[in-house]
Design a binder for this molecule. Sequence first.
Ligand code: NOJ
Length: 536
Amino acid sequence: MWWKEAVVYQIYPRSFYDSNGDGIGDLAGIIEKLDYLNGKKDSLGIDAIWLSPINPSPMIDFGYDISDYKDIDSIFGNLEVFKKLIKESKKRNIKILMDLVVNHTSDQHPWFIESRSSLENPKRDYYIWVDPVNGKPPNNWLGAFGGNAWEFDTETHQYYYHGFTVEQPDLNWRNKDVQKEIQDVIKFWLDLGVDGFRLDVVNYYFKDEKLRSNPIDLLKGLRPYDVQIHKYDRDRKETHSILKKFRKILDSYNGNRVSIGEVFIEPPGNPKLANSYLGENDELHMAFNFAFLYSSWNAFSFRDEIIAWEKALDQNGWPNYTLSNHDQIRHISRYKKGKETVPRAKLAALLLLSLRGTPFLYYGEEIGMEDQPLPKEKIQDPLGKKYWPIFSGRDRTRLPMCWDGSKYAGFSEVEPWLPLNRNYKEVNVENSLEDKNSLFYTYKNLLEIRRESKTLKKGDIEILKSNKEILAYLRTYKSERILVLINFTNSDQDCNLKKLDTKKLEIIFDTHNKFIKEKISDFYLYPNQGIIGKVI
Ligand code: NOJ
C-alpha cells in the first residue's frame, strides 16, 4: 500500500524539460531532471510521478487523443527511453503512474479508421454508431468541449459519439473485444514495470443503453452542456464491472499497483459518487478529489471539503487531495493577493502535505509558477480555440517549467511550444534553491517531515472547533498527536481551541520560522501563519 504513504507529482511531459532542442519536453528530459525530484540531498523529495499521456497521438488534445496504446509518441521518445525512465526512477525510489485514456481514442487510431470504413467492418462496433432518427442525432447529448456529441459520417450515414472533440470518438465499452483490448493494454504497461494508472474520465466509459436524452435544468449553468443533468451519458452502473476487472489485473501484480480515477463531476464534485467507484475495495484504489480546486481562500471552505470527503469514505476508502492540475488555473494564481501570494502558497502546501490522504502536486507549484493567460495567436488548447475570448483555455496552466533565468528558462535551447512565464527570471528552480526561505523549501521541508512521520502519513484526522478564521486539526497515531493550525487571514488570530486538553506544543514546522524549535503554550498565530506541532 505504498500509495497511501506516497506523494505524487504530476508532470505534463510537453512542459517539463526539453532534452533534444525541439521546444517540447520529452522523456529523456524527465530522466535528466529526476535528481531534482528525488534521490539526492537537494531533491524535492516526492515518491511517484504521474505522467500526462505520452502515447502516440495527433495531439489535438495534447495526448488525450491516443492513436496507439502500446507505444510512445516520437515527440517524447520511444519505448527504450521509457524503459530507461522506469529504471532510473526506480534507482531514486520514484514510482511511475501512466495516464490511461480509454474512454475515447483518437480518430486516427487504427481501430477507428477501420471502424468508420464500413458498416460491416469487424471493428464497427468498437465505437458507438447509430442511425439518424428522423434525420437527426438520436438524443440531446452534447460534447463536454462544446457542440453536438454526435458526428454524422457521410460515407456510412450513421452518427458516431464523441464526448469531447470530434477527433476523440468514444469507445464502445459494451463490446467485449474492446474490453479485452484495453485489459491487454493495462498488462502491457504493468509488464514494463509501471506502478499504476490515472484513469481519464473513468465515469464516462458507459452510456445509457437506450440512449435516453438527458434532463435539462436551465438554472444549472451557462453553456448548453452545463444545463444538462448528465444522467444518461455518464455514471452508468456498468462501469463498476469493468473497474472490477481492472482491479483484478492490478492486484495480480503483487498487489502493489495502483489506480486513481478521474471521476469527472461538476464543481465542486460529489465525494459520495466519486467514492462509489472504489466498490468494496475491489474497484479503483482512489477517486480523485477535486474539491480544493474550487475552494475559496478561507478556513471554512477547506474545512467543509475535508469533512465531506472523510465522511464519504468507508473504512477501505483512502482520501487524496490536489490543489492544481493541467486542466485548472494553478492555485497560486487563484489565491493571488499581492504580498500575501507566496505566504498563502506556503499555507496551501502545509495543508496539502499534512492532511490524511495521498497528496498530488502539479509540476512547478513547488516554486510558485503562476498561470499566465495567452494572447489568442498563442493558444493551442482546443477548448481555448473554441471558446476564446470567453474562455482562453488551459494552456495558461501548462507553461514550460522554469529551471533558471536564462533565455528559455533553462527549459529548452529554442523557443518553447508555449510562452514562458513573464516572471521566470525571478521565479525559477535555480533561484528557489538558493533562497532558504523560498516556497521550494517549504515543500521540501514538509515532504521530509511527512516522510518521517507515521502520524502524518497514516494517522487519523479530527477537525477541531476553533476560531472560524483558523483551520485546526489533530492527526493521531498510537499515542502521538500532531496539531496543525492554519491562519487564512492577514491578521493575528487567537486560535481559540476549545477542546484541546493541553496547551503545550513542540513545533516541528512553521511557515514563518518564528516558532521553530520552540515550545509554545499559547495558540496565537501571526498573519498567514501555519504551524505543525507535536502535542506534549
Ligand atoms: C480529462 C483530462 O484531464 C483533460 O485534459 C482531457 O482534455 C479530457 N479528459 C479528455 O480526455
